[in-house]
Write a protein that binds this ligand. Structure first.
Ligand code: NAD
Length: 465
């Protein structure tokens, strides 16, 4: 059985289903493949109208779906609502993208007496197998499913067990709008996910680095195109001329908002020069954040997803302290709220050795370390010296230094005077090194990923000389 529970009130079972078995996954994939041929013939107008209708339905259900996100994964209400709005915008964007050009025309290399065309044509790959995490339970399934559908594919979506109800809500958005059998949501754990990977024609995964590596290997073994978006150990570089108060407030949110449960959350704060004043400002900003019931409007962070996640945060804080680092906030254990939810206070660490595992590996929760370096070169070295490479932010005024940092940092996303968190659904998204495998997702990159290019030489019959 797959069971999702509300992290702020674990006795509240949000959804419960039997896991779909690997045999059932294979049968559903076969049905999807049959339906896909019809969907492909539908043309851009039919596909666009289905995606637009799903966007309208999402807007109609916005309040209920935002409440469901709050309840099922403990996302603060304001962020949950923003995720719903983004979901609708994603569907609108890909509805329009159904009309995007599907290829290029090139100069043919035919004999002069033989007119002809040389063109490329992108065609759907077939069944898109999508395996998604729980932390953006609506946006991530949609930013994968919408481009897959827009380009004429069928979809098998395996949502995270922790976000089962939200995954089923995604299926509900498309109900009656697509050919029967084109899209299936298949609840389950690792075995179901593995079966989805193996039964598909193209695979898109988002989740942890450990599982992403397994998915990439399984897809490669089956000869399938795959993209895997995974974790990060994201840094924010604070230059000496950064505005203290504003930057501290921005980083406190980027590190601790939604209890640090974003792949793009700031986990290392690299201060160039004397870090004392900035550290004080950051402690003040973190302690002023409201942690608590995510349904309350002013709360910026609720609980973490489950008991194990809370243990991991407390263990990392304990390991940092045992190594000689100082905990400036949090880490003393125990929930911060009166109920049974998986609450954990935000942990801000100072004086941590950059080589310590807590500085190098992702702890998926409200935990960040302040590291100080003498100059920009030291900051760049530190940022780049981890196995991940998802996103870095750089804060300051000196445009030369900002551009220099942006050029030398090895992450897929660089955000100058903006938080590490935040994703533009119309721009390529992805990281370097262990953060990503395969092509980027979102925007036109997604339209390319879910299609395969063929090159057509079309020559007129030769004319007599
Ligand atoms: P996870 O890796 O535990 O699970 C992700 C999905 O994979 C789930 O649906 C899970 O059931 C499935 N799965 C598990 N084992 C599998 C297997 N052997 N084969 C196929 N599927 C399998 O991740 P999570 O805990 O749901 O999410 C948190 C992680 O996701 C963090 O590491 C975070 O950084 C990352 N994340 C990355 C991005 C990004 O875009 N880079 C976005 C959001 C989250």
């Amino acid at each position: 059985m797959i069971r999702s529970r509300s992290p702020q009130c674990p006795g509240d079972v949000v959804a419960e289903r039997a896991a779909v078995s690997p045999d059932e996954v294979r049968a559903l994939a076969a049905r999807s493949r049959t339906a896909q041929a019809g969907w492909c013939r539908e043309g851009p107008a039919g596909r666009a109208s289905a995606l637009r209708a799903a966007a309208d339905r999402l807007r109609e259900r916005a309040d209920a779906l935002a409440d469901l996100i709050v309840r099922e994964v403990g996302k603060p209400a304001g962020e949950a609502r923003a995720e719903v709005d983004r979901g609708a915008a994603i569907l609108d964007y890909y509805a329009q993208a159904c009309y995007a050009a599907t290829g290029d025309v090139l100069a043919p290399s035919l004999p002069a007496h033989q007119p002809g065309l040389l063109f490329t044509e992108r065609r759907p790959r077939g069944v898109a197998g999508l395996v998604t995490p729980w932390n953006f339970p609506l946006a991530i399934p949609l930013w994968k499913a919408a481009p897959a559908l827009a380009t004429g594919n069928a979809v098998l979506l395996k949502p995270s067990p922790e976000a089962l109800a939200c995954g089923e809500a995604v299926a509900g958005l498309f109900e009656g709008l697509l050919p029967s059998g084109l899209l299936h949501v298949v609840p389950g754990g690792p075995a179901t996910g593995q079966a989805v990977v193996e039964a598909s024609d193209v695979v898109s995964f988002t989740g942890s680095a450990a599982v992403g590596a397994q998915v990439a290997v399984a897809a490669a073994r089956a000869g399938l195109p795959v993209q895997a978006e995974m974790g990060g150990q994201n840094a924010a570089v604070v230059l000496p001329d950064a505005d203290l108060g504003q930057t501290a407030a921005l980083l406190a949110n980027a590190a601790m908002g939604y209890a640090g449960q974003k792949c793009t959350a700031t986990r290392r704060i690299v201060v160039v020069g004397d870090a004392r004043k900035f550290t004080e400002a950051l402690v003040a900003a973190v302690t002023s954040l409201r942690f608590g019931d995510p349904a309350e409007a002013s709360v910026v962070a609720g609980p973490v997803i489950d008991a194990a996640a809370r243990e991991r945060v407390l263990d990392a804080a304990g390991a940092a302290r045992a190594s000689g680092a100082r905990l400036l906030t949090g880490g003393t254990g125990g929930p911060t709220a009166a109920d049974d939810g998986y609450y954990v206070a935000p942990v801000l660490i100072d004086g941590l050795d950059p080589a310590h595992p807590v500085a190098r590996e992702e702890t998926f929760g409200p935990l960040a370390a302040i590291l100080s370096v003498p100059d920009l070169a030291g900051a760049v070295d530190l940022v780049n010296d981890v196995r991940y490479g998802l996103v870095t932010s750089v804060h300051g005024h000196d445009v030369g230094a900002l551009l220099d940092a942006a050029r030398r940092i090895d992450t897929g996303l660089i955000r100058v005077n903006a938080p590490t968190t935040g994703v533009d659904f119309h721009a390529p998204f992805g990281g370097e090194k262990a953060s990503s495998y395969g092509p980027r997702e979102q925007g036109t990159a997604a339209l390319h990923f879910y299609t395969s290019v063929r090159t057509v030489t079309f020559a007129a019959p030769p004319r007599p000389h």
